[in-house]
Design a protein around this ligand. Structure first.
Ligand SMILES: [Zn+2]
Length: 290
């Protein structure tokens, strides 16, 4: 039910601002719940320190908005415990184990053995967050490549999909995917050309779309969001990062996913139910959640 119709009820959780939530209230819509469908946030750092003060409320708001599953990728060996604790506490939050390319300073080759041990201890839905970041300065490319390749091999060995961080590195990422044939995954926060998108799709990958395409000036992403096959798209927030336009510079949260889906529905001139059903089915198939 729309919150506006329940005059006697307190403020709907969806409309309640969180402390660091700087969104303009007039941009906030009512809760969007697609009938018979639910949403999967395929990339959500729910364990991040930004949520330490109010993680329970952030999670409750996401569930209330219909975001039934959140995939929580790890970023380093020392982060496995925090992701594990988060996924144990919040039903529907599922871990991915991996070492993020932006944190190569803390990764050590022996952590690859720890990654294997973690997979054996608790099978994840994916290996991630892994990849290459050639945008941020002072991240040694050769070291990034080493951990990317070794983790692709581990994903292949365990027959797991991968969650890819690829910034200014789509071609380098694709080059290794052609050599090491993992069972697919997600090009998270995809930003590239239609040709690069097609190369990912040919290799069995889906493209992650979140807050970035909601910005009016994101012409490339908005074109991709309209023109790519809907079956190639999965939704994500990358919380607490990549806030949608209505959050501005504030903290992103998984509860924003239905509004991101609504934006995609509007751009593509389809119903939000279609977006929810298709993207959820795609993500379920990818992660083996059927
Ligand atoms: Zn991430």
């Amino acid at each position: 039910m729309a919150a506006a119709n329940k005059t006697a009820s307190p403020v709907a959780p969806f409309l309640r601002a969180t402390p660091s939530d700087t969104a303009a209230p007039f941009l906030r819509a009512e809760p969007i719940k697609a009938a018979g469908a639910f949403f999967i946030d395929t990339h959500c750092h729910l364990d991040a320190a930004e949520f330490d003060a109010d993680r329970d409320a952030v999670y409750a708001r996401a569930v209330d908005a219909g975001v039934a599953i959140q995939i929580v990728p790890a970023i380093s060996r020392d982060n496995f415990a925090a992701v594990a604790a988060t996924c144990e506490r919040y039903p529907g939050s599922l871990p991915a184990w991996g070492m993020h390319p932006m944190f190569i300073d803390v990764h050590r080759p022996e952590h690859l053995a720890d990654l294997r041990a973690q997979i054996e201890h608790q099978r994840p839905v994916a290996i991630g967050e892994i990849g290459l970041d050639l945008f941020v300065k002072n991240l040694d490319a050769a070291t990034q490549e080493f951990f990317y390749i070794e983790q692709l091999k581990i994903a292949k060995e365990y027959d797991l999909p991968v969650l890819l961080h690829c910034r200014k590195a789509n071609d380098e990422i694709l080059k290794q995917l052609r050599k090491i044939k993992v069972r697919g995954g997600i090009a998270h926060a995809f930003n590239g050309s239609p040709q690069q998108a097609n190369e990912f799709i040919k290799l069995g990958f889906k493209l992650g779309f979140g807050g970035a395409f909601t910005w009016p000036r994101a012409n490339n992403l908005r074109r991709l969001a309209v023109n790519l096959p809907l079956e190639a798209i999965v939704l994500e927030t990358d919380s607490p990062d990549i806030p949608p336009v209505w959050i501005g510079r504030g903290r992103n949260a998984p509860g924003e996913l239905p509004l991101i889906a609504q934006e995609l529905a509007t751009l593509r001139s389809v119903s939000i139910e279609t977006i929810a059903e298709t993207t959820t089915q795609t993500a379920k198939a990818l992660f083996g959640l059927d």
